[in-house]
Design a protein around this ligand. Structure first.
Ligand code: SF4
Length: 79
């Protein structure tokens, strides 16, 4: 079962599914919109929460995060 956790840790916001945790650092975001164009079902900047992790597979999420030009998005594998 997929679950979503949203944790506030300083200036990093975390979103988790069963396999990975996405780390978003809003102050690093340059609003290039690459995430929104690539995975519009996941990244919805006009809504709250803006990131719906369960709307893509872990592999889709990882591939997109690697293209974030600012480093605002990163991920770690859950143990
Ligand atoms: S791809 Fe990265 S820099 Fe671009 S809008 Fe998304 S989080 Fe911000």
């Amino acid at each position: 079962m997929i679950t979503r956790k949203r944790l506030l840790m300083g200036k990093t916001i975390q979103y988790s599914n069963e396999e990975i945790t996405i780390h978003w650092q809003p102050e690093k975001c340059i609003h290039a919109g690459k995430c929104v164009k690539t995975l519009p079902r996941v990244y919805r900047p006009k809504e709250k929460p803006w990131l719906i992790i369960e709307n893509a597979t872990t592999e889709e999420l990882k591939a997109q995060i690697k293209t974030c030009p600012s480093g605002a998005l990163s991920y770690s594998d859950n143990n």
